[in-house]
Write a protein that binds this ligand. Structure first.
Ligand SMILES: Cc1cc2nc3c(=O)[nH]c(=O)nc-3n(C[C@H](O)[C@H](O)[C@H](O)COP(=O)(O)OP(=O)(O)OC[C@H]3O[C@@H](n4cnc5c(N)ncnc54)[C@H](O)[C@@H]3O)c2cc1C
Length: 240
């Protein structure tokens, strides 16, 4: 044997060029970007990509963004929340338009991924809904809408991502600040009462959002008897 080769470490995927082909204002603070990726980028719903921006002087900044579109659908979609003072998210919002190109690498992440093979419960806060929207779209495309139950926490109706698509008999929206007129739930953070009817034995839960949101949702699931091994969490904290 000439040399040892480790099979445990996956090869680093190469950077590829992606062209922005459409930009949509998703909510007042979020934009959805459609990207044409030059090379192969097959992914499983829930996985994310790394987007890299390069300045004229060669300075790079890169961040993780989840696929929001379902696997197999082109162009690839990501949704980016604008964080005040955030280096990459503000540039994507204010400095990037149709025709611009970015570097992309991925897909990444095997833990927070779902292949529509068994029913799941998704719980999302804010931009954490992006990978769960990919899952919901994948379930619908596979004719298995019944496999995906979704609980989304949003500040107000105008802060609800994918508003014209996300609603349905298995989606529940918990508004934290302003609810639509007549919403019997009223406003407030997610509670046990919100989740209890959605939780089923031996069903995996996928939780995504800010670290604080993920911790709160995980504690609620724990209180409702969902074992830790059935809870998968993606924290949208700082990345680079
Ligand atoms: C696996 C993964 C997937 C992700 N997918 C998405 C996605 O689909 N859509 C999306 O909008 N974001 C997503 N994120 C978050 C994203 O990668 C960036 O962290 C985010 O866009 C902020 O980058 P920035 O350069 O604008 O802010 P930075 O310049 O990095 O940070 C600015 C300030 O905001 C704080 N901060 C950084 N990130 C966050 C955050 N997410 N929430 C609150 N405060 C933060 C920092 O601590 C700092 O104080 C994901 C993160 C991970 C780890």
């Amino acid at each position: 044997m000439d040399r040892l080769v480790s099979t445990a470490i996956p090869p680093v995927q190469p950077w590829q060029l992606a062209t922005i082909v459409a930009v949509r204002q998703e909510t007042p603070n979020a934009k959805t970007f459609q990207l044409n990726v030059a090379g192969p980028h097959n992914f499983v719903a829930g996985q994310h990509f790394i987007i890299r921006l390069t300045a004229d002087d060669g300075y790079h900044a890169q961040r993780a963004y989840s696929a929001a579109s379902p696997p197999g659908q082109e162009p690839l979609e990501i949704t980016v929340e604008r964080l005040p003072g955030g280096e990459v998210s503000t540039f994507l919002h204010d400095g990037v338009d149709v025709g611009d190109m970015v570097d992309i690498r991925g897909p990444i992440g095997g833990h927070f991924a779902w292949d529509v093979s068994a029913p799941i419960l998704g719980i999302a806060g804010g931009s954490g809904v992006a990978p769960l929207m990919s899952m919901l779209r994948a379930a619908r495309a596979a004719g298995r809408s019944d496999y995906m139950t979704l609980v989304v926490s949003a500040r107000s109706p105008r802060d609800l991502y994918y508003a014209d698509e996300i609603t349905g008999p298995r989606t529940r929206v918990a508004y934290t600040r302003t609810a639509p007129p007549g919403d019997p739930r009223g406003v407030g953070r997610l509670t046990m009462e919100d989740l209890a009817p959605m939780v089923h034995v031996r069903q995996q839960a996928f939780v995504c959002g800010s670290p604080a949101f993920c911790d709160a949702a995980t504690m609620l699931l724990d209180s409702l008897g969902v074992p830790a091994y059935d809870i998968r969490v993606e924290r949208f904290g700082p990345s680079g």
